[in-house]
Ligand binder design. Structure first.
Ligand code: MCN
Length: 689
């Protein structure tokens, strides 16, 4: 992989609009803006290329000396020879060109950094990030400081969606300035700055072919991924390791070969954005399944049922690497068709409410590699960090509990769900539990929150810490109850001598651990335990989503009339929170399918969708009523909670379910094969022509 240097301030070349070139520090933001206007940069305009396929042409401007042809990497999986053979003998080949549109993250609050460098040699960095320990490490490396010289505090950050989980130049610049000036320095992005400074998402062009006799025989996928001007933190990992691993989806296609090429262009860097590689994989497979059904005259549900991996095939090794350890895809799919009344759709389609409206129905199944990530897997791919998680539980003498985790909450309800885990394990009240995240001086280790990992990895570390705490508690209780620790059991917040009514409360054990009137001589005082959890595999969340739309023939406007989701996120800790997470993801998926599109001028690389006036986010009025169900029959077999991640599920299934529904409707108008996003204008033009 070519890894060109990326400096906090551009040197010699500016490679994308918005790349910082100078920093102005003043007493007030207004002064700083005025002073910035006085900075004169003399640019020599160089040719630009913003499209990834165009950037691969021989004549394209070259961005980096270390990346000839603008190629960052070529990543392949599967056996090309086997696939070629299967294609040669196939009855049908279905081919599609797909574009996965570039998206701009738009959390409620922009990014922000405040550094206090007044303490000798030490800087406290308040930072709107999802990955506090990671940012501490990178800033320390860049400023040549020990990690202990930086305290990173990430309080409520106003949403993140993945793009706040990456390192940005401003974090280093502000820390550096604060250390130089020995006083606090603050930068807060304006909404417009977010458009030209924050990582963007998706931007894939994919061509694929599939052989079919109604059964999928082989799949070939060629993807060109636009990385933008630099490799962002996970920028190269998303379209390579993560996206390609999921191209078997829920289907038992025996031969698969995938090639993904990461390309540099004069656009902002792309990186993880809710779903990160998984929506792209789902889009490829599920658009293809619909197209195959259309060309072969098969029912869309039937072709899928024909090819789904059976529950008794688990564990199922895909031909491109991953092994799914659980999941009942046919059951989830059947349930979806039932709740969405798929059988009744033909009737609904024949009689739309208004004659000018076209009605369509779409489905999309997905598998998600949540619980990112087994460190073994990540480090083998070149990640220079482990992806495990750590949790510490401290019981105070009064019986209240503090839990410190390296994950980060920015809207996922960790304070509730993690407190639930502790309360159920230790038999304490939820109101007696305090969850602490987002402070590197308090929490010893952390990988942060992304990749729907907090429950499966952080929650599992927490669970392990409770087990250790109970084990120690048993030894203290054994001493107090004058019994052997082997005879002590724990339930409902009490230790008891098995088969007797002798018991002592955990809260009393906690008090004795701090006020040792009677305490085992061989034990250390205190009641605090830490645990680390490194997942042996991903937690394979999966699901099936369906959508019904009405397309207005005269305006191209699309109304999502119904939306149904059946998701297998393993054991659900908090149904209300999970439902909210699924809904939020679907809202973002709807945005990708129907509204959002990041556009650069192909000639000069200017960002044309540079504000919320040009970049349309979905609104509350665009959202349908969502019917959401969970299938908990297949808990994750390798983590103690049985939980799989849910934070991205909606954003994975929704874009494709919605697009498939719109294309189904448009077929009645003779329209096929539109690219994302399906804006009213694009749909209207297609109907007209
Ligand atoms: N949960 C549960 N039972 C399960 C699975 C999860 O009760 N079987 C709970 C968890 O305990 C947690 C929540 O659901 O409270 C989400 O858990 P998880 O799926 O582990 O996801 P993370 O907490 O790791 O959050 C990351 C995920 C990602 S990758 C993005 S992007 C995202 C998202 O969550 N960004 C969000 N949800 C978001 N929600 C808000 N409001 N804002 C964002 O920026």
């Amino acid at each position: 992989m070519a890894e060109p240097p990326r400096f906090a301030l551009a040197r010699e070349f500016v490679r994308h609009v918005g790349e910082p070139v100078a920093v102005v520090i003043a007493e007030t933001a207004a002064q700083a803006r005025d002073a910035a206007d006085l900075v004169e940069v003399v640019y020599e305009t160089l040719p630009a290329v913003v499209d990834a396929t165009a950037a691969m042409q021989e004549t394209a401007p070259q961005l980096h000396a270390v990346a000839p042809g603008n190629i960052c990497f070529r990543f392949a999986r599967g056996d090309e020879a086997v696939v070629r053979k299967a294609f040669a003998g196939a009855a049908h080949i279905v081919r599609l060109d797909l574009v996965n549109n570039r998206l701009i993250g738009a959390a409620i609050e922009p990014r922000a950094v405040l550094a206090d460098g007044s303490a000798n040699g030490k800087v406290t960095l308040y930072c709107a990030t999802q990955v506090p320990h990671h940012i501490r490490r990178v800033v320390a490396e860049q400023l040549n400081l020990p990690q202990t010289a930086i305290r990173l505090i990430a309080p409520d950050v106003g949403g993140g969606f993945g793009y706040k989980g990456k390192h940005y130049p401003e974090e280093t610049i502000v820390a550096w300035a604060a250390l130089r000036l020995r006083r606090p320095v603050k930068w807060i992005g304006t909404r417009s700055e977010c458009f030209v400074s924050d990582n963007q998402g998706r931007d894939h062009q994919t061509e694929l072919a599939l052989d079919s006799k109604g059964r999928f025989l082989a799949l070939r996928v060629d993807t060109v991924a636009n990385l933008g001007a630099y490799v962002s933190t996970f920028g190269a990992g998303i379209p390579s390791a993560i996206y390609t691993a999921l191209l078997a989806g829920v289907y038992r296609t025996p031969a698969i070969a995938v090639q993904s090429v990461g390309v540099f262009t004069n656009a902002l860097p792309t990186d993880a954005y809710r779903g990160a590689g998984r929506p792209e994989a789902c889009y490829v497979l599920e658009r293809l399944a619909d197209e195959a059904a259309r060309q072969l005259g098969l029912d869309r549900a039937e072709i899928r049922k024909h090819n789904l991996i059976a529950a008794d095939a688990m564990p199922y090794k895909t031909p491109i690497g991953p092994t799914y350890d659980c999941g009942n895809f046919p059951k989830v799919f059947d349930r979806l068709l039932q709740i969405a009344d798929y059988d009744g759709f033909a009737k609904r389609q024949r009689r739309p409410a208004n004659g000018r409206k076209l009605r369509g129905f779409g489905v999309a199944c997905y598998v998600e590699s949540s619980g990112v990530a087994p460190s073994r897997f990540a480090t083998a791919l070149g990640a220079r960090v482990g992806f495990f998680e750590a949790a510490t539980i401290r019981m105070q003498p009064d019986g209240s509990v503090q839990a410190l985790l390296g994950t980060h909450n920015h809207g996922q309800g960790h304070a509730t769900t993690f407190a639930q885990i502790i309360a159920s394990r230790l038999g304490v009240r939820m109101s007696d539990v305090q969850i602490i995240e987002g402070d590197t001086d308090q929490v010893p280790f952390g990988s942060g929150t992304f990749g729907s990992r907090s429950i499966a990895v952080g929650g599992s570390a927490l669970d392990r810490a409770t087990v250790k705490l109970i084990e120690k508690g048993k030894r203290i209780a054994a001493h107090l109850l004058e019994a052997s620790a082997d005879d002590i059991s724990f339930a409902g917040g009490e230790f008891s001598v098995t088969g007797t009514d002798r018991r002592v409360k955990l809260t009393d054990v906690a008090r004795v651990a701090h006020v040792p009137t009677s305490y085992p001589a061989e034990l250390e005082l205190g009641l605090a335990e830490s645990a680390v959890y490194d997942p042996p595999s991903f937690a394979w969340s999966n699901g099936a989503h369906a959508c019904e739309v009405e397309v207005d023939r005269d305006t191209g406007e699309i109304r999502v009339a119904g939306y149904w989701a059946v998701d297998d996120v393993g054991t659900v800790i908090n149904p209300l929170i999970v439902e909210g997470q699924i809904q939020g993801g679907i809202a973002q998926g709807l945005g990708q399918a129907l509204r959002e599109h990041c556009v650069y001028d192909a000639e000069d690389g200017q960002l044309l969708s540079g504000s919320l006036m040009d970049y349309a986010l979905p609104r509350a009025s665009d959202m349908p009523k969502i019917v959401s169900e969970f299938d908990e029959s297949e808990p994750c077999p390798h983590n103690p909670l049985g939980a799989k991640g849910c934070g991205e599920a909606g954003a994975i299934g929704a874009p494709t379910a919605i697009v498939n529904a719109v294309l189904d409707a448009l077929e009645q108008a003779g329209v096929n094969g539109l690219q994302l996003p399906l804006t009213p204008e694009r749909v209207w033009r297609a109907i007209q022509t």
